[in-house]
Design a binder for this molecule. Structure first.
Ligand code: HEM
Length: 251
């Protein structure tokens, strides 16, 4: 049995430890619920304020093209874009993070935003990234992670203590990042496979519903990434001069 002075020391150590971990989580979350506005503010806190640019995926380039449907999607979905024919598409390739002038490192997450304009006037928008998994489970963990991985201007790296505390709280995120790190990196946007990640429910003309995740695979061959550029502004523009329809197959 724990004697009373010993027990009260034990309890105060336990209370201090709990209070410490709340303080850490409190610092990560700040006050109150995570809202879209607070997420946007946090991007500015971490990456600085860059008027006229998106807060995330700030560096990017626009493309236009067509989605050419062979009609087989109609087996799963009655939406007009899956009728045989061509649908105009505009899109934007981007690099993850709120820094519009970052170098094109192959290790930076790549994004692709697409907008399909269907013949019936409907507009479809979707976002894809180059990883088959997302590193966080909820917007709250995303919010916390942004600050945990904020670069220290003195070292150019995140504070290891903050990273460690985040990883201890979210071991599932570490596991996902390990899987992502094992993925081969391609040379640019044009030979990248993009994943929609979310699951959508497709309903066909017979009223049958099927859960679907989509992937965009480049038709040109995979080329492994070379050494990253040391610093400065570079852009992998190889995909911008061709239409999206020429370069990717939807799956
Ligand atoms: C909690 C989860 C997420 C948060 C908080 C988040 C946050 C953001 C923010 C703030 C932007 C900038 C929007 C703008 O200024 O127009 C953005 C852009 C983007 N996000 Fe996310 N995102 C999340 C999940 C995802 C997922 C799951 C994907 C892909 C499957 C994704 C792909 C993209 C892409 C491709 C863009 C750039 C779009 C463009 O070029 O216009 N994001 N995200």
């Amino acid at each position: 049995m724990i004697g009373s002075p010993l027990r009260s020391t034990f309890i105060s150590v336990a209370v201090a430890a709990v209070a410490g971990s709340f303080a850490e989580v409190g610092e990560a979350f700040g006050q109150g619920a995570v809202t879209p506005a607070r997420i946007v503010d946090r991007f500015e806190q971490v990456d600085g304020v860059h008027p006229g640019f998106r807060r995330n995926h700030a560096k990017g380039l626009g493309v236009s093209g067509v989605f050419e449907s062979n009609g087989t999607g109609g087996r799963l979905c009655r939406a007009a874009v899956f009728e045989p024919g061509r649908v105009p598409v505009i899109g934007r390739f981007s690099l993850d993070g709120g820094q519009p002038y970052q170098p094109d490192r192959s290790t930076t997450r790549r994004g692709l935003g697409l907008q399909f304009s269907a013949p019936d006037g409907e507009v479809w928008r979707t976002a894809l990234i180059n990883f088959p998994l997302f590193p966080v489970r909820t917007p709250e963990i995303f919010f916390e992670r942004l600050l945990a991985f904020k670069q220290d201007p003195a070292t150019g790296k995140p504070d290891p203590e903050r990273v460690k505390a985040f990883e201890e709280r979210h071991p599932e995120s570490v596991e996902v990042l390990r899987k992502i790190a094992a993925e081969p990196r391609s040379s640019g946007f044009g030979d990248t496979t993009f994943h929609g990640l979310n699951t959508f429910l497709f309903t066909n003309k017979a009223g049958e519903t099927t859960p679907v995740r989509w992937i965009l695979r480049p038709t040109q061959p995979f080329e492994a990434a070379g050494d990253p550029p040391p610093t400065g502004i570079t852009c992998s523009t190889s995909s911008s001069s061709r239409s999206i329809g020429d370069r990717f197959d939807g799956v």
